[in-house]
Design a protein around this ligand. Structure first.
Ligand code: BGC
Length: 749
C-alpha cells in the first residue's frame, strides 16, 4: 500500500538544474565580440540555412555567402565546392564567419549501417556509438560539420514510414541509444578531428502523428509528453547535443516551429540547453499552411519568438526579420541570442581555426574497419522471430543444394534502406553474394528472384522458384519492403508483405522443404501468415552495406542471432496502437476472459459484465512483444533478487539475477529489467524498461547479472506537480523480453 499523501521528490535529474551544457568562457567571449561587430543584416544572415546546388556555386549563392546572408548550407557534399563556399565566407565576407555545412547522415555516410530502428534492435549502445562515429568520420572527411541525427521520436505506430529512422517505442531504450549516437557523432569534443555536431529531432511528438500518416497532427496529454516523449530529448540535451530540430506537426494544436513552451521553457529554461535550434525544412513558412500565421512575416515573428534560431530552406527570416526588428515586433535581443547560439556551436567545432577540409587527412570512405563495424551492427540487429524444429542454423557440412529466392536476396540498393543520400550500392554485399562466398564449392546455390520487386504481383516466375526449391535441401526466401516504402512521407495503412510475396512463400512451402524467410523492411510488418508458412523467420530490417555477410554468418550458424525488438510487432494494423508499456485499464484482458468472434453464440444477449479490453477478431496480444528475439541457444533466468527489499528515494536498488545458457551454442542474450509501480496517484504502465545488459555466454555457462537501479529512476511525471517517486511497492521484472513474468517486489520508503 502507498503511504498517502505521497511525498514529492523533486529530482535534479529531471529538473534540468544540473545541465551538462556548461558554457566555455573563451567561446562566450569570442561570440560576444563577434556579435558586437555585426550589423543586423549580418546577424540575420547567420540565421539562414540555404540549400546547396548539389555541386557548383550558382552566382546567387556565392553572392549570398559573400554578403554574409547565409550562416549554413545543407545538402552540398562535394568537398571542392564546400571548400570554395567556405573560402568565400572566410575571405570575402566582411567578418569572415565560417559557414556550417549540414547533411542528413542518418545511418552512415558512405558505409551504410542498418537503419536506426535496426540499430536499436542491437540494444548495444557501445556498438551504436561506434557506428555513429564512423558515420561522422566519413561525413567530416567530405567537409561536413553537422548531421540532422539522431531521430529520437518515440513511435508506437508502424504505419508511420519514419519509424525506420526511429529508435523504437521505448523512452529508456531510445534515450540510451540516442545518447550513444550523440557521443559517436560529437566525440569527446566537437573540436576533435572527425567529430560533427548532432541534432536531436524532432522535438516533439512527430512519432505520435495520428493514424501513422506523416506530418499529421498529434494529441499528447501532459502526462505522456513528459513520461514518454520528452525523456530521449532530455537525455540528449544532458549529453551535450549541439542542436535541436522541431517536429513538422502540430501537437495539441500548436505547430512546434511556433511553440515557445517547447523551445524557450522546456529546452532552454528547464533543461539549460545552450546549442542552437534549426527549423525543419520550410517548417517556419509552414506556420502559414497550418493556419496559425497569416503570412510569412508573421511566421518569422512566431518562430523567432518561439526560439527557432536558424531557418532551414524557407526564407521568412531573410525576407522579414529586419523589418520585424525595426518595428519592434521582434526584439533585437532575440536575434542576438539566436546568433550567439549559432556562433557558439561554430566556435566549439573549431571552424574559425580550421575552416577547410582535406579528405586525405581522413581514412578512406567505406574502408575495411568501417565495413567491419557495419557488419557487426547488422549482425546484432537481426531478430530471430521463429525457429521451429531448429530449422536454423543451416549446417554447411550437410548442405548440398541451397535455393535462394526472392526480390531482396541480391539487390545492393534496396538493402540499404531510407536516407542513404551518400551511400553507394557498389560497396554493398548482398546475402546471395555472401552465401556464395561462404559456401564456396561446398554447396551449390541456385538463385531465383521470382518477383521483380517487393511490390510485384506478376507470378510468372513462380514455377522456377518452386523448381529450385524442390531440388534444394533448404530454401531461403528474402522478402520484405523496398527502401522507398518506408522513411519520410512513406506511410502505409496495411502492414502485410506487399505484392505477391505471401503467395510466393505459399507456393514454395508446398514443396515441403524447410522454409527460411528473411525479411528486410523499414518497419514492423504483420508477419502472421508469413510466419505460418515458414519454419524459420529472421527479421533483418534494412541491414545496410554489410547486411549480406552478417545474415550469412547467422544463417550458417557462425554466430547466433541476438537482436531484440525495439518495437512491438502487431498482428494487424487494426491493433495499433499496441505497445508494451500500456496501462492496465480497469478490465485487462486475460486468456480466460477472451472470447473470439467465432465463439459468440448467435443472438447472444448484450453483456459487458466479465468482458475485458480486447478485439473480438484480433485478440489483445501482439504478434511479437517488445524486447522479443530468439537465439540458437536457450537462456534461463533464475534466482531474481534485490539486495535491499526497501530503499529510500536517494538510494540505489541492486537487482541480481542468474542467467544460464542452457542450450548448445555460445550466444549473446539481452537481459532486460522492467519495473511496475503497483499503486500510484495516476495509472502507470504495466511495465517500464529501466535497464538492459548484453551478455555473452558459452554453452552451459551461467553468470549473475547485477543491475543498479537508482530509486529516482522509479519516478514519474505527475501533471502539474512535476517528477516524483512515490513511496510504496514496486515490482521488478527481469527476462528476455517484455512478456517476462519473473518478478520480485521491493519498496520505496
Ligand atoms: C526532415 C528532416 C531532415 C530535413 C533535411 C526534412 O524533410 O523532416 O528530418 O533533417 O528534411 O533534409
Amino acid at each position: 500500500m502507498k503511504k498517502l499523501p505521497f511525498s514529492l521528490v523533486v529530482l535534479s535529474l529531471f529538473s534540468g538544474l544540473l545541465s551538462a551544457q556548461n558554457p566555455d568562457p573563451e567561446v562566450e567571449k569570442k561570440a560576444a565580440e563577434l556579435l558586437q561587430s555585426m550589423t543586423i543584416q549580418e546577424k540575420i544572415g547567420q540565421l539562414c540555412q540555404v540549400n546547396g546546388a548539389y555541386g557548383g556555386i550558382p552566382e546567387e549563392l556565392g553572392k549570398q555567402v559573400r554578403e554574409g546572408k547565409a550562416g549554413s548550407i545543407l545538402n552540398e557534399v562535394d568537398t571542392r565546392t564546400l571548400n570554395e563556399l567556405q573560402r568565400i565566407a572566410v575571405e570575402e565576407s566582411r567578418l569572415g564567419i565560417p559557414l556550417i555545412f549540414a547533411r542528413d547522415v542518418i545511418h552512415g555516410f558512405r558505409t551504410i549501417l542498418p537503419i536506426p530502428l535496426g540499430q536499436a534492435a542491437t540494444w548495444n549502445p557501445e556498438l551504436v556509438e561506434r557506428g555513429a562515429h564512423i558515420a561522422a568520420v566519413e561525413a567530416a572527411s567530405a567537409g561536413l560539420h553537422w548531421t540532422f541525427a539522431p531521430m529520437i521520436d518515440i513511435c508506437r505506430d508502424p504505419r508511420w514510414g519514419r519509424i525506420a529512422e526511429s529508435l523504437g517505442e521505448d523512452p529508456y531504450l531510445a534515450s540510451e541509444l540516442g545518447v550513444a549516437m550523440v557521443r559517436g557523432f560529437q566525440g569527446e569534443s566537437l573540436a576533435d578531428k572527425g567529430a560533427i555536431a548532432a541534432c536531436a529531432k524532432h522535438f516533439v511528438g512527430y512519432g505520435a502523428a495520428e493514424g501513422g500518416r506523416d506530418y499529421n497532427s498529434a494529441n499528447i496529454p501532459e502526462n505522456e509528453l513528459y513520461n514518454i516523449y520528452f525523456p530521449p530529448f532530455k537525455a540528449c540535451a544532458d549529453a551535450g547535443v549541439a542542436t535541436f530540430m522541431p517536429t513538422f506537426n502540430d501537437v495539441n494544436g500548436v505547430p512546434a516551429s511556433g511553440n515557445p513552451f517547447l523551445f524557450r521553457k522546456v529546452l532552454r529554461e528547464d533543461w539549460g540547453f545552450n546549442g542552437f535550434v534549426v527549423s525543419d525544412w520550410e517548417s517556419v513558412r509552414q506556420l502559414t499552411v497550418h493556419g496559425v500565421a497569416a503570412d510569412n512575416k508573421e511566421a518569422a515573428r512566431q518562430a523567432t519568438l518561439a526560439g527557432i534560431d536558424m531557418e532551414m530552406a524557407s526564407t521568412t527570416y531573410a525576407d522579414h526579420l529586419m523589418e520585424l526588428v525595426e518595428q519592434g515586433a521582434v526584439p533585437e535581443a532575440v536575434v542576438d541570442e539566436a546568433v550567439r547560439n549559432i556562433l557558439r556551436v561554430k566556435l566549439q567545432l573549431g571552424l574559425f581555426e580550421h575552416p577547410y577540409t582535406d579528405p586525405s587527412d581522413f581514412p578512406a570512405l567505406a574502408n575495411d574497419a568501417h565495413r567491419a563495424v557495419a557488419e557487426q551492427a547488422a549482425l546484432q540487429s537481426c531478430v530471430l522471430l521463429k525457429n521451429e524444429g531448429q530449422a536454423l542454423p543451416l549446417e554447411a557440412g550437410k548442405l548440398q543444394r541451397l535455393a535462394v529466392i526472392g526480390p531482396l536476396a541480391d539487390d545492393p540498393y534496396e538493402q540499404l534502406g531510407t536516407w542513404i543520400f551518400d551511400g553507394d550500392p557498389q560497396h554493398t554485399v548482398t546475402p546471395l553474394a555472401a552465401l556464395r562466398t561462404a559456401l564456396g564449392d561446398k554447396a551449390s546455390v541456385q538463385f531465383v528472384k521470382a518477383l521483380e520487386t517487393s511490390r510485384t504481383y506478376n507470378q510468372s516466375a513462380f514455377p522456377d522458384a518452386v523448381r529450385a526449391a524442390r531440388e534444394a535441401d533448404a530454401v531461403i526466401l528474402f522478402l520484405g519492403e523496398e527502401s522507398i516504402l518506408s522513411g519520410e512521407a512513406h506511410s502505409r495503412a496495411h502492414l502485410g508483405l506487399p505484392g505477391a510475396q505471401l503467395e510466393l512463400i505459399k507456393a514454395v512451402a508446398e514443396t515441403g522443404k524447410p522454409i527460411i524467410t528473411v525479411v528486410m523492411a523499414g518497419r514492423p510488418l504483420a508477419l502472421g501468415p508469413a510466419q505460418e508458412y515458414s519454419d524459420a523467420l529472421l527479421f533483418a530490417w534494412h541491414p545496410g552495406t554489410m547486411g549480406g555477410p552478417a545474415i550469412a554468418r547467422l544463417l550458417l550458424g557462425l554466430e547466433s542471432p541476438s537482436g531484440k525488438l525495439p518495437v512491438t510487432f502487431p498482428t494487424t494494423a487494426g491493433q495499433i496502437p499496441m505497445y508494451y508499456n500500456h496501462k492496465n485499464t480497469g478490465k485487462p484482458a486475460t486468456e480466460e476472459s477472451y472470447i473470439h468472434i467465432d465463439d459468440i453464440p448467435v443472438r447472444a444477449p448484450q453483456t459487458s459484465v466479465g468482458n475485458t479490453s480486447y478485439y473480438l477478431d484480433a485478440g489483445y496480444k501482439p504478434l511479437f512483444p517488445f524486447g522479443f528475439g530468439l537465439s540458437y541457444s536457450q537462456f534461463e533466468y533464475r534466482n531474481l533478487r534485490v539486495r535491499e527489499p526497501a530503499v529510500s528515494p536517494g538510494d540505489t536498488l541492486v537487482v541480481m539475477v542468474e542467467l544460464a545458457n542452457t542450450g548448445q551454442y555460445e550466444a549473446e542474450e539481452v537481459a532486460q529489467l522492467y519495473i511496475r509501480d503497483v499503486v500510484s496517484s495516476i495509472a502507470r504502465p504495466v511495465k517500464e524498461l529501466k535497464g538492459f545488459q548484453r551478455i555473452r555466454l558459452k554453452a552451459g555457462e551461467s553468470r549473475t547479472a547485477t543491475f543498479q537501479l537508482p530509486a529516482e529512476h522509479l519516478a514519474y511525471y505527475y501533471p502539474g506537480k512535476g517528477w516524483m517517486a512515490e513511496p510504496g511497492q514496486f515490482e521488478i521484472f527481469v527476462g528476455g523480453d517484455s512478456d517476462t513474468g519473473l518478478k520480485v517486489s521491493c519498496e520505496i520508503r
